[in-house]
Design a protein around this ligand. Sequence first.
Ligand SMILES: Nc1ncnc2c1ncn2[C@@H]1O[C@H](COP(=O)(O)OP(=O)(O)OP(=O)(O)O)[C@@H](O)[C@H]1O
Length: 675
Amino acid sequence: MGSLDEQLRGHGNGNGHEDTTYRFSKARDSLEMAKGPGKNKKHEVRLDKTKTFSSLYTLSEPCSLSWRNVNYSVLVKKQNKVILKDCAGDLAPGKMLAILGPSGSGKTSLLNVVAGRVTAGELEGEILLNGKPRTDSFRLLSAYVVQDDALFSSLTVRETMLIAAELRLPSGVELGKKQEVAEKVINELGLAKSANTRIGNAFVRGISGGEKKRVNIGVEMMGNPSLVFLDEPTSGLDSFQAQNVVQALKDLSQNGRTVVMTIHQPRSSIFQMFDTIMLLSEGNLIYFGGAHAEAASHFGSLGYKMPEEFNPADFYLDLISLDTRSPEAEAKTRDRIEVLARNCKTNKEPIPSLGMASASEPEVSKGAASDYRAGKLHQFRVLFGRALTQITRDKIPLMISVFTAVFFALIVGMLYMHMDKNQRGIQDRMGALFFVVVNNAFGQMFAILNVFSKEKLIVQREFAARAYNTWPYYVSKLVAEQPFRLIGPLVFCCIAYPIIGLNGAWDRFLVFVLIVLLLAIAAQTLGIFLGSISKNEEIAANVSPLATVILLLFGGFYVNKDTIPPALSWIEYLSHIQWAFTALCVNEFKGQEGWKCDGFESESNLCDVTGEQILHRLSMDGQTVWEPIISQILLICLLHCGAYWSLCKLQPKFKPLETKKGVSPVKAVKGSDRV
Ligand SMILES: Nc1ncnc2c1ncn2[C@@H]1O[C@H](COP(=O)(O)OP(=O)(O)OP(=O)(O)O)[C@@H](O)[C@H]1O
């Protein structure tokens, strides 16, 4: 086995040192060419491989990024909404670009466009990687750090990093080396002190917000990307934490990586770290170029001289923000923005080589058969371990589930205990059985929905990074979590059944447990299905009760099966509530005798009723308990297919990386196309 450098490079020449030097000098060359002759001393790519984050392993490919005539629009209520107008820029390896602008100016959209993460809308323009159109290898070369910290709360920092290393490093790398990489990332991001601290959540105090951001960045860096895109990496942090995060990003860029971020109101010490800035206002490019003297002289030449001792970021943002407090102020600021946009300082020349154009397709792409680095079985093993750790450590949901099971079992037990074998007893039994069904159907679905809506954010991010395929995730989650998720319903059965005084035979009790557990599985699967098809947590929280109430109506308790209109009767086949209730009724009444139909008759006029007659009244006669049980199992299979399909839908569908060319630039900031 070769050195870590060699293994991680994958396609290297076998000589780690020479190759490293070669690649970094390529990065430096391109940097120098981008700056032009005579300007190459100040921001030289730092090659100190012992101190910084990037010293972990060889940078796979130094990459330059260029974009021209980028226009992006979306359809909103059948109207074309222009979001980006004629944007252009170039970035060489070793540079850090900050995209700045007021809220809604198009920063995130531009980041998504250059990162190849656009999912909707019309995109035109030219975006080149190392002077060539981007191919699928672009996704392997780049990392995208989202704004939200989506991490598993029960894992420690070290475990999070190790799992990321396991999933995102090539499968040929030994475990020991992966651990080494994870440890180095922890150290280099200043996370050593909290390496064994859990990430934490609202219930359990974990690491700080700044540490979470750095863990997020570390996770995305595991794939050794050459390009790093970050959407507001400092949001929600105090200024000291924000400074630390940007310093870590500066270190990345100084080792040859190309770093692009959007940022809101950076403090001046953070602004000092940027090499290049891009200013956007209402989708218009206002400035692209050097962050310091160049920017100051550009705006100075337009009559906007920056006062001394002023935070440049504040100054530029004030200049390019629309003041909507009064019509006069709005007109004035709009005029100013139009003038600034017309005099925009940017490079609209044909895309320069940046020293990389002669490069052939990036090495990493050659022979890259799959977007995924780890094999599916390996993915399964790692994800199974993660799911198991998460569910066994996150005790609060488990405790809540057991506590509510005990609580409701006692309530229903006390409510229905001492039932007679008469008309009232029959009604009470049916009420008790239906409560058992409803309680478990709702409880299980909402419990999983609550957990899954948080997990979905992490899964979406990891899917987008091609960290793993859908089936290893789905199956490992199922196998690891299902036994724990059935503890609550099992406890419920063991307490409620004897207290209510349902059919005393052991075999009936065991079938009762089986029915309730199958119902719980069906409800949980429905929860995952609804959680993943819903766009966000709020929609899921509204749609789920609605769906359950409809399935409840067809559950066999409120409406007799025989009276359901034929056009709607198909719904009862999709109701897990109906199959569970039918099975429980058959399990309770079938083969039982000695029921008294005392109804409105006098004591002397009692008649005997059999279990079959009771089931006949419910339109449940003529079937064994196994028929609804098997139907429930088939419904569970169907729900799993639906849940799996909806999880596949979570895989983001990014627009092709090739963009349309030959666009005439969008003109002024006028009329309805104003963003
Ligand atoms: N898919 C979309 N559909 C409709 N409108 C969109 C879409 N994407 C972006 N927009 C709109 O484009 C504008 C720019 O959005 P974007 O998120 O890029 O701005 P931003 O500068 O990053 O804002 P903020 O700083 O508030 O995050 C906004 O008005 C936004 O509502």
